[in-house]
Design a protein around this ligand. Structure first.
Ligand SMILES: [Zn+2]
Length: 743
């Protein structure tokens, strides 16, 4: 017993100092030691064990017999940081190291409890530590195939400048693979619509250099490292569309779900085994050696800001060791979401819409491209290809992306009477329109900002405003290259911001539109807001819960005006999606990319009506963009701008089979078999019918056949209308639809 203890502390020391002995330590089998030091929970599904210092020693899926830890865990399964004043008299982020704390483990029924009366934390001066009057209780309960992790933090400090800012729970260190080798695993990662990352171990353990930003345009505040170089870190709500991820090899997997109804701003985190962030040039050879072990750490990060005198109880994080493919993990999350999240309830005309056609009247430079009187013709062109909805941007005098949130009508575009007339004509022609407004950006150039807007802006820890920039798109260099416009971002909990959003809906609906659009409202980073003038109880509760409150108010106003009117937003996040009728997407999952995996959101929340987004490295390939969208049942953005036989066919298929392709439930690959894996195949079900969409994303013709056991083929839509049967050729880029009826 004594020997083992000293061995482990040596190993810990080795890691901390970057000594090369660390990798040797990882070879030691963790479970072979001393009964009496081991605290275990076990049932027919899972076995988990901690040692007497709280280190995670075993994590086994007993249904399959596979142990998921590759290395002896060197740490207790948590990590913590505190904030102490400012850099003038403290630091914004000080680690409370997991190692070297005096913890106690005990078993309580089906739970293990790891408790600390007090903790030792780092001081701003390197190497110095201090005792913190902060208690921590980490509890893990075993329920079926799930481990439910919760924590309690007691801040008994007197110093008001000292608060627990960050907790990683659980921090599962040493994840190896799911039983078929690291190369067989994929990480299903909820960035935007979803990303499927093969062999994530390789990507995080071999990455060098700084994090690669995957920002929104050139916007640094939207930049997140979610490419695996050197780690995957993602904020929720948005750019994470859901607060779960899973490792899976097709047969079994490990689910991490933050089952947090408070919608606290959260970070999902998957990193190399050491869990340390490397910056460019910072990875020494010793550290690189330690990282070479094929293991990862995974965690859910919360920002509780537990102040002096406060106690905080976390929401649960569920770690599930399951059998089956990734859909099982999606169902776990969905089942939890069903207990409290609102489901979408859009009007039927939206459920049956194949997409919209867009028009921008006045651009960012102020140049007028078209006027209100031109709008009925936009609808006419859209209707010619089967699209009946138009989204109108830049209709306001201020122009697109200028002077938010000021909106007025422009005499140069025809004035109020002309806009009302145009919208009425659209309605008379059987069409629908919805008008753009901005959901959160505040332009510091606006009078509104100067007179009252500053207090609405989200504030960073310095008390300054968070800022985002969006470039112009003029053909000259001034707008295209030199423009540097920076916006403030409204805190959803700022008093009166909800009323501002409502005023935008009332205005737009008052013009005669059938809907209001709020750009960015469905996402945007969940800024941790430090304003003392806002209504949030904690900085990390500024966005999620308050956006939901604002959505509730907005929805009431829009539906009271007309139950058929729509509330539409940009950006996809599960907790907001249920409040709105139509979502304009952004990012990977919604465009073509080798790791794009929009199935992740679509399968988990199939009721949300989401458009595609023409973006990414292949954005000039419209055929690929819209074929991908069709295969996932995404509605088309900007459809009907031009006559294009490919698009026209896709829209015609959507319209002809709207009852199932648009109103059916997306079930991904369930319920049928396609005999050609190079063809992308997905199913939708409605009542006793199932439609399978086939899309050939390759450069050569593919033959594909579909077998749907218990179903009979009702209709086959191959490229050549004379073709029939469940098996045929699909030309490059082409799509097919097979509709089956349950026999
Ligand atoms: Zn705020």
């Amino acid at each position: 017993m004594e020997n083992r203890r000293s061995f482990l502390s040596k190993a810990t020391l080795g890691l901390a100092t970057g000594a090369s002995s660390a990798s040797a330590a990882s070879v030691a089998a963790p479970q072979e030691n001393a009964a009496g030091e081991r605290y275990e929970l076990s049932n027919e599904s899972v076995r988990v064990a901690l040692d007497s210092e709280g280190r995670l020693m075993e994590l086994t899926n007993r249904q399959t017999g596979n142990a998921y830890l590759a290395t002896a865990s060197r740490h207790a399964p948590w990590r913590m940081y505190y904030r102490w004043n400012t850099p003038l008299d403290g630091a914004l982020e000080l680690e409370i190291p997991t190692d070297g704390q005096k913890g106690r483990v005990r078993r309580q029924g089906n739970s293990l409890e790891l408790s600390y009366e007090s903790l030792t934390g780092a001081m701003p001066q390197t190497g110095k530590t201090r005792e913190l009057q902060i208690g921590l209780l980490v509890r893990v309960a075993l329920e079926g195939d799930r481990l439910i992790w919760t924590a309690r933090i007691d801040n008994r400090e007197k110093d008001k400048g000292l608060e627990i800012s960050e907790l990683w729970l659980p921090w599962i260190y040493g994840i190896g693979n799911m039983g078929m080798g690291p190369e067989a695993d994929a990480l299903y990662w909820p960035t935007r619509g979803g990303r499927r990352i093969e062999a994530p171990y390789t990507k995080v353990t071999t990455a060098t250099g700084p994090a690669q930003p995957t920002g929104f345009g050139s916007n640094p505040t939207w930049s997140y490292s979610d490419t695996g170089a050197p780690d995957y870190r993602l904020a929720y709500p948005y750019p994470a569309c859901m607060q779960w991820f899973t490792f899976n090899n097709g047969q079994e997997g490990l689910y991490f779900g933050s089952h947090d109804k408070t919608l606290m701003s959260t970070v999902l985190n998957v990193a190399s085994g050491s869990g340390e962030r490397r910056s460019s040039g910072g990875a020494g050879p010793a550290r690189a050696g330690a990282d070479a072990e094929k293991a990862m750490s995974a965690s859910i990060v919360k920002f509780p800001f537990v102040s002096a005198g406060e106690t905080w109880n976390s929401e649960p994080v569920v770690v599930q060791l399951y059998r089956g493919d990734w859909h099982e993990a999606a169902r776990t999350y969905r089942t939890w979401a069903d207990t409290w999240m609102r489901k979408p309830d859009p009007p039927q005309w939206v459920r049956r819409t194949p997409g919209w056609s867009g028009s921008t009247l006045k651009g960012q430079s102020g140049r007028i491209r078209s006027t209100y009187a031109d709008l009925p013709d936009v609808l006419k062109r859209a209707q010619a290809v089967g699209v009946n909805l138009i989204k109108i941007d830049g209709w306001n005098k201020e122009g697109f992306d200028d002077y938010y949130p000021e909106y007025s009508l422009d005499e140069a575009m025809g004035g109020e009477a002309a806009l009302k007339k145009a919208l009425a004509q659209i309605k008379q022609a059987g069409g629908k329109s919805f008008l753009y407004t901005q959901g959160q950006l505040i332009d510091p150039a606006s009078e509104w900002y100067r007179t009252k807007g500053q207090r609405f802006a989200a504030k960073d820890i310095w008390g300054y405003e968070y800022r985002e920039t969006y470039g112009g798109n003029g053909s000259g260099a001034f707008m295209g290259v030199m423009r540097n416009k920076w916006f403030g971002v409204a805190c959803p909990a700022a008093p009166g911001w909800g009323d501002q959003l409502v005023s935008q809906a009332r205005m737009v609906l008052g013009f005669g539109a059938q809907g209001v659009f709020y750009d960015q409202l469905g996402g945007g980073p969940p800024y941790i807001c430090f304003s003392k003038e806002h209504q949030h109880s904690k900085p990390s509760l500024a966005v999620g819960p308050w956006k939901v409150k604002n959505f509730q108010q907005l929805r009431e106003v829009v539906k009271a005006h007309d139950p058929d009117a729509i509330l539409a937003i940009e950006l996809v996040a599960d907790c907001y999606a249920g409040w709105v009728d139509l979502i304009h997407s952004e990012g990977i999952g919604f465009y073509v990319d080798p790791e794009s995996f929009g199935e992740m959101f679509r399968y988990t929340f199939p009721e949300a009506i989401v458009t595609n987004r023409v973006q990414g490295p292949e954005q000039s390939d419209r055929k690929k963009q819209f074929g991908h969208a069709f295969s996932l049942g995404l509605r088309f953005e900007g459809a009907g701008r031009a006559q294009d036989p490919y698009m026209t066919r896709l829209i015609a298929l959507y319209n002809k089979h709207a009852d199932i392709l648009l109103e059916g439930r997306f079930v991904d690959t369930e319920g049928f078999l396609c005999d050609n894996s190079r063809v992308s195949s997905h199913a939708l079900v409605a009542g006793n019918r199932m439609a399978v969409t086939l899309w050939n994303p390759t450069d050569v013709a593919q033959r594909a056949g579909v077998l749907a056991s218990g179903y009979q083929l009702e209709t086959a839509e191959w490229q050549d209308p004379s073709w029939s049967g469940p098996d045929h050729w699909i030309m490059p880029g082409d799509v097919a639809v097979l509709v089956f009826r349950r026999s």
